[in-house]
Structure formats: C-alpha cells, structure tokens
Design a protein around this ligand. Sequence first.
Ligand SMILES: [Fe+2]
Length: 482
Amino acid sequence: MRILGINCMNHDAAMAVVDGSEILWAAHAERYSRLKNDHYLNQAIVDEAMTYGPFDKVVYYEKPLLKKTRQFYAGQFGTSLSYTEMPQWHLDHFGIKIDEYVRHHDSHAATGYYTSPFNEATILTVDAIGEWDTISIYSAKGTNIEKKFSVKYPHSLGILYSAFTQRCGLKPAEEEYILMGMAAYGTPRYRDAIYRDFVDAPYFLKKNLHRGIGNWHPDADIMDIAASIQVVITECLASLWTQASKLGSKNLVYGGGVALNCAANSQLANLGLFDNVWIMPNPGDAGSSLGCIAAAEKRFLNWQSPYLGTNIEGEYPIDSIIKELETNKMVGVASGRAEFGPRALGNRSLLADPRGPEVKELVNKIKRRQEFRPFAPVILEEDVHEYFDLPKGIVITPYMQFTAACTAGKDFPAIIHHDGTSRVQTVSEKQNSGLYNLLKEWKKKTGCPMLLNTSLNIKGEPMVNTRQDADRWTTRYGVNVK
Ligand SMILES: [Fe+2]
C-alpha cells in the first residue's frame, strides 16, 4: 500500500510518501518554489513526489469543512465560504484526488506517536489553530490512540504566542523562534500583566487574540515583552505536562508547532514528570503530511532519520569541509538527502569553527540575521555530557529540540546564547555517518569537539535544496558549498 500524504494551504506546505511502514520520501514545498513557508504546492515538488508513485491512496492532514465552520465562527467569511480555499480545488491543478481526510490534531498525534520508539505513551499536542482543537491529550497503547481531553478555539496557547510575536514586530506563524531567542535579553516584568489582561491559566484566554494584541504596552522594551511571554507560555505548558502525566504513562509524545519552543522544552523536561520524551523533528503542520498517513492506517512508521527529501549524490565531503574550515572558518554543505523539518541537521548546513570571538559576527553577516540570535553547536553524541548539561531525562538531542547550559562557554563564544545555553544537536554514526565522521576528524585535527551548525540559507529564504541552489549560493554569498 503506497500512500501520499499532503499538507497545504497552511503556513508550510509539505508532502510525504509511505509504503507499508517505510517512509520513502518527505519534503517541504518551500524548498522547491524558493518561497519561504510557502502555503501552496508547486509543480516541482509534485513532480518529485510522483517519482514514488503510483499511489493507492492520497490522505490529507485536516478536515477542510470542519475548519470552515471555525473560520466562519471567527468571522473569516470570505475564506470560509470560498471553494477556491478548499484543498481539493488546489490539488485539481496537479491532477491529485484526495481519498481521505484526517482531523488536524489526530494527524499531529499520529506524526509523533507512530514515529516514536514507544509502544504506549501519553500524547500532548499544542498548536495555534487548525480546525477547532488547539490543545489535545491522548492516551496511546499499541496501535490504538484515544483522545482524552481537548481545548478549543479561540482558547489557544499558540495564538497567544503568535500575538506576542506580532506585537514585537515579527511575522506571526513564522518568526516565533526569533521571539524565543529575544527572551534571554529581557526581564519578565510583564508576566503578571499578561495574566491579568489575556490568560486564564493554564490554557484559557480572556479574549480572542486571533487578530493580535495591537500595540499593547507601547513603551515597553520588546526584549522584556519577549521574556514575559516566554515565562507565561512555559508556566501554562508546565500545567499541561502535569495534567498529561496524570494519565500514568512515563512516555510523553509532544507535538504541534508549540513543541518547537526549545527553551520551554528544556524547562518542561526538567520537571521530571516523564522518563522519556519524544518530539519528532517536524512537529508542526508540515510534519502532519507524514503523520496523516500513519493516522489513516493506524500503523507505526519505521523511523530512521529526518533525511527524507531531495538527494544530492556523492560521499559526505569530509576532507574538503575541513580544508575550508581551516582556511575560511566556515563552509556550506549540501550533501545527501535534505532534512524534513525546520532545522538543518548537517545535510543542508552552514558549518563554522565555533572558537574565536569573530565567528558569530562573520556568520551573522552572511546570514543577514539579527545579531542577538544564537547559533547552535553540533557535537558527537559521546562527547555531549562533557560540555553540556542536558535537561533531566534527555540523553541525546539529535534534532536541536532542547537548550542546555554549556560548561565550557568561554571557549566557544559563537554557539553560546546570552543566557549561557545552547540549542545542541548531538550526532551518532547511525543518524548521519558523514557528519559524525566529519566531527571525529575535526576533533582529531584541532582538539575542538564541535562545530557551529546553522541552516544553509539567509534570513527569509528557504534552505538550499539542490546542487544548483548550492552553486547559486556560492556565487551570491561568496561561501563555498561542498
Ligand atoms: Fe497544527
């Protein structure tokens, strides 16, 4: 049974192909159209998907009619009554017919659970908005998933965080990760004001924040606002994790776009409520293109790694990467299959030597990012505990989902955030043998156990996907891509 899964007309369209329990391919539309967070599919991604066809079934990640009832309730009359806002209308352009629709949160839950290493778990999904559900808790045993609790729109922790993203001058539903990075520079002096004006803890909102909070506290320092909302969201999530833990399982599957908040994730893990936590590397809506297939089939997927997209042939170019790092301190890598998920994990990465005070500025200049934003380190799995204090119960962090205090921060200034933490990626030979052996070789040559790893793009641009994109990158930004 070969199945195509689709998520589109949202903030990050994606497609996935599964055969039985094998994941054959999964990719984001933006990497093909070159439009960041592209809402729509395009001919190039569809063509690549079709190389894995023909398909026995096509599954869509949410229920569009149910979504329209919510949109109607929210006053989005144009969208809710328009046929052109239906996914089948969009897919008609590519000759694709949807056979089955899965509820938005059921897709999230399945994305997490059916890729997890567990055979029983509690599943917690928290996002901004889909159909009606914004928070769901499920109990899972074997292949059976049962919903136990939900919170519905307009109450939404994701919408709350997005409203503050917009208040701080950032793009909601896209730049929440920047708001999270800003939090380390502020003081949470507006925590109480947020509760007073907006939040009925732990998860109800006092008003509908779908259209933002305007210029709330216009004279406030936005770093303080960022710090305040980060504290509030973490406290609300802590209540939810506590509630989820009462179902009795020691395994938590956590997903939805809010699970990308790695600063909150670390504090939540430190609560020690669960022995094991699984966040799949693409827990937002794009990942649901894969999960909706598992939900429809009620079956576990053989999860190996997030390297599921377009392939660039050839060996991982270890020697030429090291040569470039020694000469120019940084180098691009475009090798193997592209990452499925928002993080570059070594196959479409910009790597740099994390030592020395000038590297952060050097990389920021190329990437055109705000100076305050931290870069992440990638380190051999066996070395991580020597340099980082991972949160409780977290032994490895292969997908950059947790922050950890760096115990040797002064030696690696380029990868330390203002609060002394790093969003660490650990790597094992099984996960990515090229990147693993590169780090081994780099350590042998220099004594340095890690590299700075950031995505191979500039601000506002999708990651490089093909060899042609990589060559264009070299011409445009003057960084060699191996
Ligand atoms: Fe979602």
